[in-house]
Design a protein around this ligand. Structure first.
Ligand SMILES: *[C@@H]1O[C@H](CO)[C@@H](O)[C@H](O)[C@H]1NC(C)=O
Ligand SMILES: *[C@@H]1O[C@H](CO)[C@@H](O)[C@H](O)[C@H]1NC(C)=O
Ligand SMILES: *[C@@H]1O[C@H](CO)[C@@H](O)[C@H](O)[C@H]1NC(C)=O
Ligand SMILES: *[C@@H]1O[C@H](CO)[C@@H](O)[C@H](O)[C@H]1NC(C)=O
Length: 228
C-alpha cells in the first residue's frame, strides 16, 4: 500500500526538522557589536545605531558580545538603569556594574582592542562607553538588551571566578589597570571596512558529542523506518 511506504519518510522528515530546530535554538552565539562598524560613538562612526543592532537579536545566557574598539573607548556593563541613564559609573555599586574595558585617556596613540563579554545573568542589562564624562555614551555609544535563559550557562561560564572576574574583583573601578580580558591578537583594524565581521554571527554548535548523538539517533530511526 502506498501510504505504508511514505509514512515513515514523513516521520523521518519531521524528526530531522525538529532536531535541526532544537540544534539552532540551543547553539551559543557570539555577537559582534555593531557588526563591521565596531564599538564607537557617532562622532567617529556617523551611522552607528547600537539599539537598532541589538533589537534585531535574541540574546541568551552563555552568548558573548564581542566589542571591537580601541583604547579611546570603554566597555561598561550595568544592571542599574540610573547608571545607564547618567552615562556614568562613578557612583555605581560594585554589585551591579562592571568595567570590561577601561579607556586610557592619557594614551596618545590608541590601540585596537577586542573585548569579549559573556552574558552571565538573565534579564535586562545595559552597555555604554563612559569616556569623556559620558560624551561618547550620549553620542550614541550605548544600548540595552534582554538576556533570556536559553539553554542556560555552559559549564565553562558557570563559576564566575574562573572565566569572568566578578564585579567586585580587585581591578574593578581602577581605570589604570589593564583589563585582563582584552584580546587584541586576532584583531586587525577596526576602522577598515574589509575585515571578517561582515558575516552574520558565528554560530557555535553545542558540542561535537551532541551532534554525534543526534546522528546516531537518525541512523537508528532510518533503520527503524526500513523495517516498517
Ligand atoms: C527572536 O525571538 C522572537 C520571538 O520568539 C522571534 O519572533 C524572532 O524571529 C527572533 N529573532 C531572531 C533574530 O532570532
Ligand atoms: C577620543 O575620543 C574623544 C571623544 O569621543 C575624541 O574627541 C578624540 O578625538 C578621540 N581621540 C583619539 C586619539 O581618537
Ligand atoms: C543605581 O545606581 C545609583 C548610582 O548611580 C544608586 O544611587 C542606586 O542606589 C542604584 N540602584 C539600585 C537599585 O541599586
Ligand atoms: C566566542 O567568544 C569566546 C570569547 O572570546 C570564545 O572563547 C569562543 O570560542 C567564541 N566562539 C565562537 C563560536 O567564535
Amino acid at each position: 500500500m502506498e501510504h505504508r511506504r511514505s509514512l515513515p519518510l514523513i516521520f523521518l522528515f519531521l524528526f530531522i526538522s525538529l532536531l535541526s530546530l532544537l540544534g539552532s535554538a540551543q547553539a551559543y552565539k557570539n555577537y559582534t557589536v555593531g557588526d563591521s562598524l565596531g564599538w564607537y560613538d557617532n562622532t567617529e562612526k556617523s551611522n552607528v545605531n547600537y539599539q537598532k543592532w541589538a533589537d534585531a537579536k535574541n540574546f541568551s545566557l552563555g552568548d558573548f558580545l564581542i566589542f571591537n574598539t580601541d583604547t579611546n573607548h570603554s566597555v561598561v556593563q550595568t544592571y542599574n538603569f540610573t547608571t545607564y541613564k547618567l552615562c556614568d559609573y562613578d557612583d555605581a555599586l560594585d554589585s551591579d556594574t562592571k568595567i570590561w574595558s577601561a579607556a586610557d585617556p592619557s594614551n596618545t596613540a590608541t590601540v585596537a582592542v577586542t573585548v569579549p563579554v559573556p552574558l552571565l545573568k538573565e534579564g535586562t542589562t545595559y552597555f555604554f562607553s563612559s569616556d569623556y564624562d559620558g560624551d561618547q555614551c550620549n553620542n550614541g555609544q550605548h544600548f540595552k538588551i534582554y538576556v533570556s535563559h536559553g539553554k542556560g550557562l555552559p559549564d565553562s561560564l558557570k563559576s564566575p571566578s574562573e572565566q569572568a572576574p566578578a564585579p567586585n574583583s580587585p581591578d574593578y573601578n581602577n581605570d589604570e589597570s589593564a583589563p585582563d580580558i582584552v584580546v587584541p591578537s586576532n584583531f586587525n583594524n577596526p576602522q577598515g571596512g574589509d575585515h571578517k565581521n561582515d558575516d552574520d554571527d558565528n554560530v557555535k554548535k553545542a558540542s561535537g558529542s551532541a551532534s554525534l548523538y543526534v546522528n546516531s539517533i537518525m541512523v537508528l530511526f532510518a533503520y527503524f523506518c526500513e523495517l516498517l
